[in-house]
Ligand binder design. Structure first.
Ligand code: ADP
Ligand code: TYD
Length: 207
């Protein structure tokens, strides 16, 4: 397995500010002289980006939750093999916008309790957790209106609506309690620079 490097992930509901914070942190760390790979899920490698189009576009009923678990895990396996592990092995900092915790939430909780299945497949095919996970906690209605404001074709999950967003928020907070050694919760209901300041302080402690 990979040695060296540092594997950081951002998690949270749609529109919570993960992508913005991941980008700002990457810029900050690069300025400080670190080698950083900024990546995202689903995606982050050629094959996984192709799977991204399959899972994020089209009708909300396009895939069952079980099929989605397989598709997201297949994308993650490719991303891990081709992007994440080589970067960590080269001693780089990998910042990933969403990872397995998103599958634990979206596929594990949104349509029945499939968390056990997600975890089993994760341990079989992925077997790697981040060193640090920043959960951007956010009011679901604000998050949804921010996400909707973006417009675009990738709306399969946003189409599930505000009730799902509320359950995802509660689920992410419960997950942070479940894995306290790697999760840090950041209050995302503030201006972008205040959130970034908290993120910087948390990350500087693990560097
Ligand atoms: P996510 O990746 O979690 O979906 P984004 O970083 O894409 O979130 O942010 C969604 C939208 O909200 C973007 O238009 C972004 O500019 C805006 N945004 C991000 N963080 C904040 C913040 N703290 N306050 C106000 N708007 C924000
Ligand atoms: P993302 O592009 O991060 O969307 P956003 O910026 O709106 O947060 O992720 C796209 C969607 O994919 C998001 O609604 C959550 C969903 N998703 C899953 O359902 N399972 C997963 O394992 C991952 C990584 C994402």
């Amino acid at each position: 397995m990979t040695q060296g490097g540092l594997f950081l992930t951002f998690e949270g509901i749609d529109g919570s500010g993960k992508s913005s914070q991941a980008r700002m942190l990457a810029d900050e760390l690069r300025k400080a002289g670190h080698q950083v790979v900024l990546t995202r899920e689903p995606g982050g490698s050629d094959g996984a980006e192709e799977i991204r189009n399959l899972v994020l576009q089209g009708d909300p009923d396009r895939w069952s939750a079980e099929t989605e678990i397989l598709l997201f895990t297949a994308a993650r396996r490719d991303h891990l093999e081709r992007t994440i592990q080589p970067a960590l092995a080269a001693g780089k900092i990998v910042i990933c916008d969403r990872f397995a915790d998103s599958t634990r939430m979206y596929q594990g909780l949104s349509r029945g309790d499939l968390r056990g299945l997600v975890d089993q497949l994760h341990s079989l095919m992925i077997g790697r957790e981040p060193d640090l996970t920043l959960l951007i906690d956010m009011d679901p209605d604000t998050g949804l209106s921010r996400a909707k404001g973006r417009q675009g074709a990738e709306e399969r999950f946003e189409d599930f609506g505000p009730d799902l967003q509320r359950r995802m928020r509660a689920g992410f907070l419960a997950l942070a309690d479940e894995y306290p050694h790697r999760f840090r919760v950041v209050d995302g209901n503030r201006d972008i620079d205040s959130v970034a300041q908290d993120v910087r302080e948390i990350v500087s402690k693990v560097l």
